[in-house]
Design a protein. Structure first.
Length: 156
C-alpha cells in the first residue's frame, strides 16, 4: 500500500524518516487506471496540505511542501482511518525506513515565495487565496537517494 506522508525539508536529513499520520488512496475495483492516477494525485494534494500545516507549526521550516511516497513494509498492515474525501483516507502512522520511500515529492525553490505566502497568511481568506496561487506550482519528483540534492536545492 502506498501512503503519502507529509514532512518538512529538515526531516530529509535525519537518519529515520518521520512517523506520522499519512494519506492513502483506496480505489475500488471498477476504477480505470486513469481514475486511480487522479485519486493518487488527490491523496498527494491532501498530504501536501498537511505538509503546509507542519511547516507553519515548525520553527525555522524552509518554505516547501514535502510529501514522502512510502510503500508500506510487507510486515505492516494498515487499516485506513477517516475518509477525507471519496476514496481518500487518513492512514495511521507506522514505522518505516528510507528504503521504503518510493519517492520524495517536493516544491522546487521557485515556489518558495508562494509557499511563504501560505505560511504567513493571517486570515482564512488570505490562506485560501495563497493556497490557490500555490497550486500553480507542481511538486517535483525525486528518488529517495536524492535527499541530499533536494536539501542542497533549498539551501541555495
Amino acid at each position: 500500500m502506498r501512503v503519502y506522508v507529509p514532512a518538512v525539508l529538515s526531516e530529509l536529513s535525519v537518519l529515520l524518516p518521520p512517523v506520522r499520520v499519512g494519506v492513502v488512496a483506496v480505489p475500488d475495483a471498477a476504477m480505470s487506471g486513469e481514475d486511480v492516477e487522479v485519486l493518487e494525485d488527490d491523496a498527494i494534494t491532501e498530504a501536501a496540505l498537511s505538509s503546509l500545516e507542519l511547516a507553519r507549526e515548525t520553527d525555522g521550516a524552509l518554505p516547501a511542501r514535502v510529501v514522502l511516497a512510502v510503500d508500506t513494509p510487507t510486515s505492516t498492515t494498515l487499516t485506513p482511518g477517516d475518509e477525507v474525501e471519496p476514496h481518500i483516507f487518513t492512514a495511521p502512522s507506522f514505522e518505516y525506513t528510507w528504503s521504503d520511500v518510493a519517492a520524495i515529492l517536493v516544491d522546487l525553490p521557485d515556489a518558495a515565495s508562494a509557499v511563504s505566502a501560505v505560511l504567513e497568511a493571517d486570515t482564512q481568506e488570505g490562506a485560501d487565496e495563497a493556497v490557490a496561487a500555490l497550486w500553480e506550482f507542481s511538486l517535483a519528483w525525486f528518488d529517495r537517494s536524492e535527499r541530499p540534492h533536494v536539501l542542497a536545492l533549498h539551501k541555495g
